[in-house]
Design a protein around this ligand. Sequence first.
Ligand code: ZN
Ligand code: ZN
Length: 263
Amino acid sequence: MNIRVLGSHGSDLLLKGPTGSKICRSVGFLVNDALMVDAGTLASGLTLDEQKRVKHILLSHLHLDHIKGLPPLVDNLSGLVDHQVVVASLSSVVDGLQKHVFNDMVFPNFFNLQGPRHSILRAQGLEAKKEVMLSGGISVTPVLVNHTVETVGFVIRDDSAAWIYSGDTHLTEEIWRVAARTSNLKGIFIEVSFPDSMMDIAIQSKHLTPSLLAQEFRKIGKPDLPLYVYHMKPTVREAIIQEIAQLEIERVTVLEEGQEIEL
Ligand SMILES: [Zn+2]
Ligand SMILES: [Zn+2]
């Protein structure tokens, strides 16, 4: 499986450093050119031709940094494609998306357009722990995690590999138990949002810090599993990277926009 990092942060920011500037973008990962895992960054990271190939979008939860790439995508594709893009998540998420965003006030309801323009989006409700086959030979299983709103991580698998995506989460159990018994697991993506010095905020907003990441990663019992870290808040990114380097986790990568991973 090919995973392309469109956004690996918990917000957007143009960071200025000594050697130039770097754009931090909200979370969005493109799998095999056709499946998005979260949609914080989508259209701004892809050419129009690439956007036309997106067929399925998995959402971990309803927070803005995970969904805000959707309206620009439908704007760009409107009138240009015949297929519908399937937006899949828990019913509370796909319903909430239509109630709060695609509600004909914030944005037109592209799930239910009347008239000559067809509905570009189609909702697919998923159930926790129930595996669903998507196109392209990929299957996905949502697993509930521990965040301020109902949130799932995902087990994503094809014939040759599986990987796990944590979603936004604080301390949790089920998804690590699933990770421990997942066959052919080639990598795990776990969020880290704040440095340890901001533990209070991490607890309040139900996210992880580097020391909590280490604690959670140990629960899986696979110390040599490749670990990919994402969802850093851009303003504290450097502090997080320094703290992760002290953790002595064997195969840890802090994800960057533009990176590609083959699993
Ligand atoms: Zn988030
Ligand atoms: Zn969140």
